[in-house]
Write a protein that binds this ligand. Structure first.
Ligand code: NAD
Length: 483
């Protein structure tokens, strides 16, 4: 490691603060395997300092008008927009995703999150319920200090998806980003400071989940916890937060079905199913990692699908032409490769990919993996039902609607699905029968920030987006006034 590696401390109460322990964690760039920064390895002492700073700052922030807070959020959006290229490059370097994806999706959506929730709080309407001799007024107040814990796959995008509504509603925040991808969160604090967000309203604590994350969820003065991450971690977070009666939002894992009927628009479906399977190297909770194809077109579809997947070039995330970058870490690639070995043990055939590409220079140390398509697996086997969270799609035939629904619902997860058909009646029937929080028909990951986002079963509890986020980040009070 070179001596020039940047140290990234916590951001507490408007100051840059190293961890109380003095310890640092290496942040490794997945495209090269080299250390690109060192982050504060925080523990309960740092979390407590951040929570106290948030508590001190929150009342004055909450006392501002909705309009005044919205103006600060708009300035944060402007600041992110002014740094779009810089942030896209940073996210790509830290996460491994293609810079083109960060520039087209991650950073623009982070900007949109702030603009959207600035507008949402400006335009929020609260109900009143008149009754004989009285009127009920529904009011919303901030929860107080909110703890935000976020994963490594869409680092800035998912952090801002929580931070923007939390701040809009007058809360103060302590955020704990993934230790694997901490850098854009630090840049966000720079932008917030430039935008005039008062010190202490947004605090950032870096570190490991079982140390800093756990301390944040446990802290008695953190009144709401919004968590996005894996299901196993989510279960732990729920067990910690529930006896303390905290508000809790859990956005967890997925094993989402892409359901292809024989009457689909062939080209559009192939394009959509490839994107659903492999966008962001398959590291999106919504990725369609189980491709269910009607038997009458199964073999032809899978052949065309595998050919398109094999043509996806894996390469330097910093190259604007790259469409598939590096997996987030060497350990994660090992896990994905373990699933590919399991797939073969379970009787599957790897139709394409699954190998480490031969890349030049410093990229030889990166955690790259060619996107893989696996056929011939029983739909209930582990490879086809457990979340891999990488560039692996398993394909399975079905005969009719009933079987497609049974296969799609036959996993512990229930986040999302996409259905590809020209038959409108069938689209409605299947969408209704799917046990998931979100269904796309003839598209995938088409997002409108007003709509509810979240899953059922092991994919989580609660919804984010639009008024659901505003509700989560506030306490609702009824005032009944008699005349
Ligand atoms: P993870 O659960 O390992 O970590 C998520 C965050 O939780 C990290 O910041 C981590 O440090 C922290 N953490 C770990 N242990 C903790 C503890 N005991 N207490 C508090 N915090 C703790 O998940 P990951 O590997 O970073 O992300 C991948 C997972 O996230 C996948 O399962 C994916 O499906 C899921 N995900 C879900 C959504 C969604 O909206 N449903 C979106 C993106 C990712």
């Amino acid at each position: 490691m070179s001596d020039t590696v940047r140290e990234v401390p916590n951001r507490i109460g408007g100051r840059r603060v190293p961890a109380a322990s003095g310890a640092w964690l290496d942040d490794v760039g997945p495209a090269t395997g080299e250390v690109i920064a060192r982050i504060a390895r925080s523990d309960a002492r740092d979390v407590d300092a951040a929570v106290q700073a948030a508590r001190a700052a929150q009342p004055a922030w909450a006392a501002l008008s909705d309009e005044a807070r919205a103006r600060v959020l708009d300035r944060v959006a402007d600041g992110l927009e002014a740094r779009l290229d810089e942030l896209a490059a940073l996210e790509s370097r830290d996460q491994g995703k293609p810079v083109s994806l960060a520039r087209e999706v991650d950073i623009p959506r982070a900007i949109a999150n702030f603009r959207f929730f600035a507008g949402a709080v400006r335009h929020q309407e609260l109900p009143s319920h008149p009754m004989p001799g009285a009127v009920n007024l529904t009011q919303r107040s901030p929860v107080g200090v909110c703890g935000l814990v976020t994963p490594w796959n869409l680092p800035l995008y998912l952090l801002t998806w929580k931070a923007a509504p939390a701040l809009a509603m007058g809360n103060a925040v302590v955020a704990k980003p993934s230790e694997l991808t901490p850098l854009t969160a630090d840049a966000l604090v720079d932008v917030m400071e430039e935008a005039g967000l008062p010190p202490g309203v947004f605090n950032l604590v870096h570190g490991l989940g079982p140390e800093a994350g756990q301390a944040l969820v446990e802290h008695p003065d953190v009144k709401a916890v919004s968590f996005t991450g894996g299901t196993v971690t989510g279960r732990r977070v729920a067990a910690t937060a529930a006896p303390r009666f905290k508000k809790l939002s859990l956005e967890l894992g997925g094993k989402n079905a892409t359901v292809v009927f024989d009457d689909c628009d062939w080209e559009a479906t192939l394009d959509g199913a490839v994107r659903a399977g492999f966008a962001n190297q398959g590291e999106i909770c919504l990725c369609g990692s189980r491709l269910l194809v009607q038997r009458s077109v199964h073999d032809r579809f899978v052949e065309a699908y595998a050919a398109r997947v094999a043509a996806l070039t894996v390469g330097d995330p910093a190259d604007p032409a790259t469409r598939v970058g590096a997996l987030v870490s060497a350990a994660h690639r090992d896990k994905v490769e373990g699933y590919l070995r399991l797939a073969v043990d379970e009787g599957g055939t790897v139709r394409c990919g699954g190998t480490r590409p031969d890349l030049p220079g410093s990229l030889a140390g990166g955690s790259f993996l060619a996107p893989a398509v696996v056929s011939g697996l029983a739909p209930a086997c582990r490879t086809a039902t457990e979340e891999i969270f990488g560039p692996v799609v398993t394909v399975h035939p079905f005969d009719d609607e009933e079987e497609a629904i049974a296969l799609a619902n036959g996993v512990a997860y229930g986040l999302s699905a996409s259905v590809w058909t020209r038959d409108l009646g069938r689209a409605h029937r299947v969408a209704r029968a799917l046990d998931v929080g979100m269904v796309w028909v003839n598209t995938w990951l088409l997002r409108d920030l007003r709509v509810p986002f979240g899953g059922v079963k092991d994919s989580g509890v609660g919804r984010e987006g639009g008024r659901w986020s505003l509700e989560f980040f506030s306490e609702t009070k009824n005032v009944c006034i008699a005349w």
